[in-house]
Ligand binder design. Structure first.
Ligand code: F6P
Length: 320
């Protein structure tokens, strides 16, 4: 009988539980034994593995966070840590490890594969920063949370005739900013991928005020060149309008996963099990044009993440 391990690692993302549920239940359906590893690679180092059954993943499909818990492990990313993790997997007689996480977790899985461990990765991160897949699990929910916040902030900004700078997450990737900015009707988005022109931004806000616009919404991705407080200072000094800052932070990471994230998580979990049952390892599961596929892990990780320039440009056209 094939025995597999599964862990969640890095920043939690809505839909991680749905992916875990799919791995456990599709795995058991294929006569596999599934062991859950607590606290990501940290738990792997400490031998925190427990056998799971169909009921262990009951009532979690709709829950954010991760019932396995997660961590960012510095200990693991050393040669000693990797050796120890591989040894522990051997002790528990795990044939393959499923890692649900973002690019740091993928890098860890790749290193483990170099120690002879069979790994399969599932993209679980709100950042949408893995270039090989259309979307990552958690991104859709995070963007919907940001959209809800924009709608609320717009009401009060409009009532007070203010400009609001809303900071969103995404690390070095501007996707949360672009998608929420476009769908939320923002005046501008500032993203790490594009050098900002602050003169142009201020001019745009001033033109909007002159045209009678009651509020301005500016989305600043956390990895952008200017911090949100710098953006606030520049805008308030040059536009003469009151500017407020809202940092959405961890609000974006929690909450019940959307339909899109539940579907993506479930399909990726099923694909991970298919790959293992066909003896195909060291793969990253993802979608291209909506089709769920398994990619070579090293190549998937090396693939550049290119932001959607058309969506970015559309925000500017729509808000002028
Ligand atoms: O990768 C997900 C993410 O939420 C990023 O958007 C953010 O930069 C980071 O994690 C925050 O990490 P932590 O939970 O360690 O503060």
């Amino acid at each position: 009988m094939t025995r597999i391990g599964v862990l969640t690692s890095g920043g939690d993302a809505p839909g991680m539980n749905a992916a875990l549920r799919a791995v456990v239940r599709f795995g058991i359906d294929k006569d596999m034994e599934v062991w859950g590893v607590s606290r990501g690679y940290e738990g792997l180092l400490d031998g925190e593995l427990e056998k799971m059954d169909r009921r262990s993943v009951g009532d979690i499909l709709q829950r954010g966070g991760t019932i396995l818990k997660t961590a960012r492990s510095k200990r693991f990313m050393t040669d000693e840590g990797l050796e120890r993790a591989a040894r522990n997997l051997d002790t528990f007689r795990i044939d393959a490890l499923v890692v649900i996480g973002g690019n740091g977790s993928y890098q860890g899985a790749l290193e483990l594969s170099r120690k002879g461990v069979n790994v399969i990765c599932i993209p679980g991160t709100i950042d949408n920063d893995l270039g090989y897949t259309d979307y990552t699990i958690g991104f859709d929910t995070a963007v919907n949370t940001v959209l809800d916040a924009i709608t609320r902030i717009r009401d009060t900004s409009s009532a007070h005739e203010r400009t609001s700078v809303i900071e969103v997450m995404g690390r070095h990737c501007g996707d949360i900013a672009i998608y929420s900015g476009l769908a939320g009707g923002a005046e501008a988005v500032l993203i790490p991928e594009v050098e900002p022109d602050m003169n142009d931004l201020c001019l745009k806000v001033i033109e909007g005020i002159n045209r009678g616009r009651k509020h301005s919404i500016i989305i600043n991705a956390e990895g952008s060149e200017y911090s949100s407080s710098e953006v606030v200072d520049i805008l308030s000094q040059r536009t003469g309008r009151e500017v407020k800052m809202v940092v959405l932070s961890y609000l974006q990471r929690g909450g019940s996963p959307t339909l899109q994230d539940r579907l993506l998580a479930t399909r990726c979990g099923e694909k991970a099990i298919d790959l293992i049952s066909s003896g195909m390892y060291n793969k990253a599961v993802g979608t291209v044009g909506g089709e769920v596929l398994g990619f070579d892990l090293e190549e998937a990780l090396a693939q550049e993440n290119i932001f959607n320039r058309e969506l970015y440009d559309a925000i500017d056209v729509l808000s002028r």
